[in-house]
Design a protein around this ligand. Structure first.
Ligand SMILES: [Zn+2]
Length: 334
């Protein structure tokens, strides 16, 4: 299959994969799987998950390219194993030409790709370039032209990676992920630290003695006042989970993401879930329900998934700072 078709096929699979995520168990599994695959873009994480877990029921642990397995890990891809197709940006170097001139009393800078300028010079089409008559632009280039090089993404190509289970050779231990908590419960001083750092670095005030408006409500965030309220008298673990959820709402607002209410709830809960798992808190009781807006439409899906991805990274960084008050368990960092 030609590369371009294969790229299109992968994008289609991404959209179909989004449909399966409407099932909350599948979605939770995906969120848990993600933590081992941070170095990959969200799209590629999904492609790995779809092709390994959904197609073959192989729980992905670690993937690498054919040569990386060989050169860095002393392992070889087994005969007959098919690679997992992921997308890599195609980056090319372009020659650019810059010129300056005055247009209606204003200094204008124009940067154009050299091949484009040459085509204009040759064909002399009429019309305008960025609102300026092309003839004037070409005159300006005749007087002054500075050449430079720059790179840009011009599309995607398909590359293949292999799961550790598809390889053999030298013994391999997947890199361990650092966790903040040694035990399955959250120490009270981590909560105190989160509250302090939320105040210092986010200007968010947390009230642990909150009055709630309804039965099942555990907390809320008021963006205009930058305050978080947590239900009075709940367990430390519950405080922690709710804090993360409400902080995630704060990060959504701070990033000026325009999400519908149910979308924002899914994002906040997913971010809290990923961050809880990252610190080592048992996440099995998390319920991330069916969300109607989790649609396979490329635009919505992309917006939400990249929000979850970016905000989780932000939240984990935030928590790592808060965790400085804890004694660190013996950890390896990849
Ligand atoms: Zn919420």
């Amino acid at each position: 299959m030609p590369n371009e078709e294969k790229v299109q096929e992968l994008f289609k699979r991404l959209q179909e994969g989004a449909l399966a995520f409407r099932d909350s168990e599948t979605y939770k599994k995906f969120l848990l799987f993600q933590k081992n695959f941070w170095p990959y873009s969200f799209n590629n994480q999904m492609l790995i998950y779809i092709q390994l877990w959904m197609d073959k029921k192989i729980q992905p642990t670690f993937v690498a390219g054919f040569r990386t397995w060989q050169e860095e890990f002393g392992r070889y891809v087994k005969r007959g194993e098919k690679g997992i197709a992921i997308l890599a940006p195609r980056i090319t170097t372009f020659n650019y030409v810059t010129t300056h001139f005055t247009w209606h009393g204003e200094d204008v800078e124009i940067v154009m790709r050299l091949d484009q300028l040459e085509a204009f010079r040759k064909n002399r089409p009429g019309g305008t370039y960025k609102g300026i008559p092309l003839a004037d632009v070409l005159d300006a280039y005749d007087k002054e032209a500075t050449y430079s090089k720059g790179s840009g993404v011009i599309g995607f190509m398909v590359v293949y990676v292999f799961d550790v289970s598809q390889t053999e050779g030298r013994a391999f231990t997947p890199p361990r992920i650092t966790t903040l908590l040694e035990t399955a419960t959250v120490p009270e001083k981590l909560i105190t630290s989160i509250i302090n750092i939320a105040k210092q670095s986010e200007d968010v005030v947390v009230n642990l003695d909150g009055e709630m408006f309804s039965e099942g409500m555990m907390g809320y965030y008021v963006p205009s006042e930058r305050t978080i309220a947590i239900r009075r008298g709940v367990s430390t673990d519950q405080k922690f989970k709710t804090l993360l959820h409400e902080l995630a709402h704060h990060f959504v607002k701070k990033a000026k993401l325009k999400l519908q209410t149910d979308q924002e709830e899914l994002v906040a809960e997913s971010v809290a879930f990923i961050a809880s798992d990252h610190v080592g808190l048992d996440t099995t009781q998390y319920s991330i329900g069916y969300v109607a807006s989790w649609t396979p439409e490329a635009e919505t899906f992309d917006k939400m998934s990249s929000a979850i991805y970016e905000l989780s990274k932000q939240m984990i960084k935030f928590l790592d700072r808060c965790g400085d008050v804890l004694e660190k368990p013996d950890t390896e960092v990849r």
